[in-house]
Design a protein around this ligand. Structure first.
Ligand SMILES: [Zn+2]
Length: 266
């Protein structure tokens, strides 16, 4: 399994302690799912447990049992009945005549709800790279205004995310490892945070050792370069005035160097 699905697996199991946060998490999952409109409310996932969570969330809040279809490697969960879809939209303060999908902040009444909401959003449309490779966490959003609202919300809680358009998707992302750790902590993925920090420490140590080895190799090659210059000079003296013209201790040193060019005499 990828690191991303490990994180989602963990997030699916984070207990929700209050009604306000249960609604905020459900809102994040639904709003950032595949579709959230009167004609379709649906969610696609590769993970069976996440599909089950989506069903449970809808069942608990609305007493509606969504339909699930499974394809080659994914599950599609959807609310089949139009009256049910209208009821869900109304509950979250959305209207079937809304022109564009936006985050309705009334669904995040308390500070505690931000983490639960963002957990739902990440479950719905987030991915994270394996920290062994690089540090990258992103959300892929289908609608520009909804994406802008998410950027603003992440900004408010201190994440300073970046934006890029990729094909028809709006991508919100951050690449700073500390921000990724903070985000995972905020949404309740403690084990994943610790795993990321452990991998980061290991990578930093390997980098440090490599830098040290490179530094020592560079020193060694400087020593060798210096020895070559010295040997050339000694040979020139031998060819011209002879080593015996040097003071005795220096002549001794020159012979040693000439016969042992690889040894550091410093
Ligand atoms: Zn709350």
């Amino acid at each position: 399994m990828s690191f991303s699905s490990d994180v989602k697996q963990e997030l699916a199991q984070v207990p929700v302690l209050s009604d306000c946060c249960a609604q905020a998490r459900a809102y994040g999952m639904l709003l950032f799912g595949r579709m959230f409109s009167v004609s379709e409310i649906s969610f696609v996932t590769e993970n069976e447990n996440i599909a089950k969570l989506y069903c449970d969330v809808i069942k608990e809040l609305f007493d509606i049992t969504p339909s699930v279809s499974s394809g080659v490697s994914k599950y599609t969960v959807s609310v089949a009945d139009e009256a049910d879809r209208k009821r869900i939209l109304e509950f979250f303060g959305h209207s079937e005549s809304d022109i564009s999908l936006r985050i309705n902040r009334a669904n995040l009444p308390e500070d505690c709800c931000f983490g639960a909401f963002l957990r739902g959003v990440f479950i719905a449309c987030g991915t994270i790279s394996s920290p062994e490779k690089n540090y990258h966490l992103e959300f892929s959003v289908s609608y520009k205004k909804l994406c802008n609202d998410l950027i603003q919300l992440l900004d408010e809680v201190g994440f300073a995310p970046k934006y890029v358009k990729r094909k028809s998707s709006h991508i919100v992302y951050f690449k700073v490892s500390e921000k990724i750790e903070e985000f995972l902590t905020l949404v309740g993925a403690m084990n994943s945070t610790l795993e990321l920090m452990g991998i980061k420490m290991h990578k930093d140590m390997v980098n440090h050792v490599n830098r040290r080895v490179n530094f020592e190799n560079a020193n060694l090659s400087r020593t060798v370069d210096a020895a070559i210059v010295q040997v050339e000079a000694i040979e020139k003296i031998e060819r011209t005035v002879g080593l015996e013209s040097l003071p005795a201790p220096l002549a001794e040193m020159a012979k040693l160097r000439r016969d042992n060019p690889e040894v550091s005499l410093s």
